[in-house]
Design a protein around this ligand. Structure first.
Ligand code: AMP
Length: 403
């Protein structure tokens, strides 16, 4: 059975999925797993196609101190115990910079280019590149494909792509990129089968997870996003603030004397729902909490999603549909209900019963703006891109381990 391995590597976890290639280029998910707690409480978990448990193992911290070791342990498990020998590997790479507007087959030159974008995404890009380098070294004949979170947004008009700063910085790469592109691309590709009448229209997609952003789609293409140069901008997230006046950053640097590295850590890890509530970065815990600051954090989140919807609708010059996706968007009926209430001035009307049962369409029949819930699948998107590049004339080299 030919398979494709999909890897999504972060600072403390590496997630992986294995897809079998069925007839006519169809993909079927066979294994979903992750090694998390790298460097703290390492644990390998994996399930099969039907959700059946395949592995749940804890490791001593010394056994999996870093990402390369985690890759090695997970890879060995896949190879030796599950007998998976993929014909290609697809990677999630957060930043494709100004260069990449689509997935790319990886070679040493591509890696060198992607290394240049580490400064644009210092907390994500290095971890994305680690497994790529490790596969290049150990399996040089195995095709690898990089799929970028930024690529789907490269269709933005220059007027949306710029900050009002001197052009030299734009030329250096300081642009409004937008992220979560693989998720939006999946939704864009799925919309024609869910709602063919509006798939070509003006649609806002709200990817509301621990990372959160929103995207304006026109005719299935991204025209605007709430995220910009980094994944810090836009709506509040689990631990990131979303839109913030740069003056606040200056205040932290000058008045509070925080070193830049501390400011970076603060903005990525200590703000958002966690910072505002002082309770948790997890939406479920905030909704269960009786702490007034937890309530404020949830209220702020809903309010900012509504405000950003207004901005994106202005970019689209109207609104034909609204789509929820990701952890909060797919699972929290109460947050969806509150966001749709914020969209009331567009004429959006919630069907409470359909929303409560997490139906695909959760707006009333007469709603001026239909509202949908579409579960996202970024990993499937990566597998599809990887297969498409393989079928595009690239030979299927099997992995050959180099000692
Ligand atoms: P993601 O990053 O897409 O996996 O989403 C994670 C976020 O989804 C976390 O903030 C979770 O608290 C939130 N989430 C998942 N399920 C629910 C739920 N039933 N109600 C509220 N929030 C949820």
């Amino acid at each position: 059975m030919d398979t494709i391995l999909v890897i999504n590597a972060g600072s403390s976890s590496v997630k992986f999925q294995v897809y079998s290639i069925e007839g006519e280029g169809k993909l079927r998910r066979q294994i979903k797993g992750q090694m998390d707690g790298i460097g703290s409480r390492p644990r390998l978990r994996a399930t099969g196609a039907g959700g059946d448990p395949l592995a749940d193992r804890a490791y001593p911290i010394e056994a999996v101190p870093d990402l390369p070791t985690a890759m090695g342990v997970a890879g060995e498990w896949l190879r030796e115990e599950i007998q998976v020998t993929p014909i290609a590997v697809g990677h999630r790479v957060v930043h494709g910079g100004p260069d990449y507007d689509r997935p790319v087959l990886i070679d040493h030159g591509v890696v060198a280019r992607l290394e240049r974008f580490v400064t644009l995404a210092p907390l994500h890009q290095p971890h994305n590149l680690t497994p790529i380098r490790s596969v290049l070294t150990n399996y040089p004949g195995l095709p690898q494909v990089a799929c970028f979170d930024t690529a789907f947004h490269r269709t933005h008009d220059p007027v949306a792509d710029h900050y009002a700063i001197p052009h030299q910085l734009y030329a250096e790469g300081v642009r409004r990129y937008g992220f979560h592109g693989l998720s939006y691309e999946y939704i864009s590709r799925t919309l024609p089968s869910v709602a063919p009448d509006i798939a070509k229209g003006r649609v806002i997609v709200a990817h509301l997870g621990s990372g959160a952003s929103m995207c304006a789609l026109k005719d299935g293409r991204s025209v605007e996003s709430t995220m910009g140069f980094t994944a810090l901008d836009g709506v509040p997230m689990g631990t990131r603030p979303g839109q913030i006046d740069p003056g606040v950053v200056l205040y932290l640097l000058t008045e509070k004397g925080m070193p830049p590295a501390k400011v970076q850590d603060f903005l990525y890890r200590d703000c958002g729902l966690k910072g505002l509530s002082g309770v948790s970065n997890d939406m479920r815990e905030l909704q269960e909490s009786t702490d007034p600051k937890a309530k404020l954090a949830v209220d702020h989140f809903v309010y900012r999603v509504g405000v950003n919807a207004g901005m994106l609708a202005a970019a689209l010059q109207g609104l034909d549909a609204f789509v929820f996706t990701a952890g909060i968007g797919e699972n929290s009926a109460s947050i969806r209900a509150r966001v749709v209430e914020q969209l009331g001035w567009f004429g959006a009307r919630l069907d409470a019963a359909e929303n409560a049962r997490h139906a695909q369409k959760i707006s009333q029949a007469g709603s001026a703006v239909p509202v949908y819930v579409i579960p996202t699948d970024e990993e499937l998107m990566i597998a599809q891109h990887t297969l498409a590049l393989l079928m595009n004339g690239h030979s299927h080299n099997r992995a050959e381990k180099v000692s």
